[in-house]
Ligand binder design. Structure first.
Ligand code: C6P
Length: 410
């Protein structure tokens, strides 16, 4: 029922009613950014038409309203990911800034020369590059976990690394944005914590696709982006355990994040304001709160079941296309709602271009995961990624478009 055009969620997303190149829009680029429901757009409009003011600064009515709305969004997000307190929710501009805050704010002040950070080649550049930069400055050692053909991280090797000593951090994505693998964060945390290492999770592709509870995962930091979960662009979140945030230096200095300022030195506001220097993206945070309400109204179990049924429908069809190779696990029950692939002899951008001519939006390229593609000896891939509003008809449009691309270019 929900997999066909009677999917009840389509009507919530105005953009899905536009045409692209004279075709119905088939939006399959949700891992890059999701579309926005009316409820989120309305929350932004309501803020700007009724409440617009800066937060934590004024005592006039609009400022108090804006502050209440901003803080209540923080509260909603804390509950949504099971954070113990809303003070452990830092608003950032997105996963990239959240990960940079962990690296430049916490790790730069808590790691020393020869400490080891364990990463893996499926990690997004936002994670890899930030650690590489710090490794150069502090002379850290970076170790990389092997990834098998199914996209699974080698946890036996992780145990070996942890036993070798000096591992201070294990940092990984929760869900790979290329392979769709759902990493076993709970187990990784258990192993890492046994030797006192901290776990940093890049949840950009997980939040809104699977239930996330930072307390049951027991991760130390968890980063995600609002725009990949029906929220506005320009807003994201870093969850950090309070004891670690207390030992994290701010990386943005200015208004709103100080307690006292002298001519020689300053002291910081309490957490979380300490990390939110300058005027924050107030409307976008409130919009993200509305996105959380929207997801809660659907229910994450329904989203998981929906994406899994799209996988079950699409993947066998893709597998039957000659010359098309799917990256990651062949077992579609083991992946989140995205599939990346390449077609022999046709560049990923050309596949995406032909798909665009028939209104199908997918992403092509290295998806900010160059080492992963290099490790698979390919330069790039084409990726279809779905969400609650996608249907079997969307999958058919994708498959037909790929067949057309092969006919034209193959
Ligand atoms: N991935 C994609 O796959 P920002 O741009 O800060 O909102 O998110 C960065 C990011 C971090 N980690 C992972 C696992 C991600 O997938 C992303 C963003 C997008 O199409 C853009 S490369």
């Amino acid at each position: 029922m929900e997999q066909n055009q009677n999917n009840p969620y389509i009507k919530d997303f105005p953009i899905l009613f536009r045409t692209v190149n004279s075709n119905r829009l088939t939006y399959l680029d949700n891992a890059a950014t999701t579309q926005k429901p009316t409820a989120v757009i309305a929350a932004l409009t309501d803020f700007y038409t009724q409440h617009n003011a800066n937060v934590h600064r004024g005592i006039h009515t609009l400022s108090e309203e804006a502050t209440d709305m901003y803080e209540s969004a923080r509260e909603k997000i804390a509950q949504f990911i099971g954070a113990p307190t809303s003070s452990e929710i830092i608003f950032t501009s997105g996963s990239t800034e959240s990960l940079n805050l962990v690296v430049a704010g916490w790790a730069a002040n808590n790691l020393v020369s020869n400490d080891v950070v364990v990463l893996n080649s499926t990690d997004h550049h936002s994670n890899l590059v930030a650690w590489q930069m710090l490794a150069k400055t502090l002379d850290l050692k970076l170790k990389y976990l092997s990834v098998d053909a199914n996209g699974e991280l080698d946890l036996v090797q992780l145990k070996t690394y942890l036993n070798e000593g000096n591992v201070k951090v294990v940092s990984t994505s929760h869900i790979s944005n290329v392979l769709g693998t759902v990493n076993n964060i709970k187990e990784i945390c258990k192993l890492a914590h046994a030797v006192g290492a901290k776990v940093v999770v890049d949840g950009a592709q997980a939040v809104s696709h699977i239930p996330v509870n930072v307390q049951s995962l027991d991760c130390d930091f968890y980063a995600f982006s609002g725009h990949k979960m029906f929220g506005p662009m320009g807003i994201g979140v870093l969850f950090g355990k309070r004891s670690l945030l207390e030992n994290t230096n701010p990386i943005k200095f200015g208004g709103g994040m100080i307690s006292t300022v002298g001519l020689e030195s300053s002291t910081w506001a309490t957490i979380p304001e300490r990390f939110e220097g300058g005027t924050p993206s107030v409307a976008d945070a409130i919009g993200l709160g509305a996105a959380v309400d929207y997801i809660n109204n659907i229910g994450l179990e329904k989203i998981v079941a929906h994406e899994s049924s799209l996988n079950a429908y699409l993947i066998p069809k893709l597998n039957s296309i000659k010359g098309l190779h799917i990256l990651g696990s062949a077992d579609f029950t083991k992946r989140a709602g995205l599939v990346s692939f390449y077609v022999d002899g046709i560049h990923s951008h050309d596949v995406a271009s032909v798909l665009s001519t028939v209104g199908v939006a997918v992403r092509s390229g290295h998806h900010c995961a160059m080492p992963l593609h290099k490790g698979m000896s390919i330069a790039s891939s084409t990726r279809a990624s779905y969400h609650i509003y996608n249907t079997y008809a969307d999958m058919d449009a994708l498959v037909n478009g790929i067949n057309t691309a092969i006919k034209i270019l193959g």
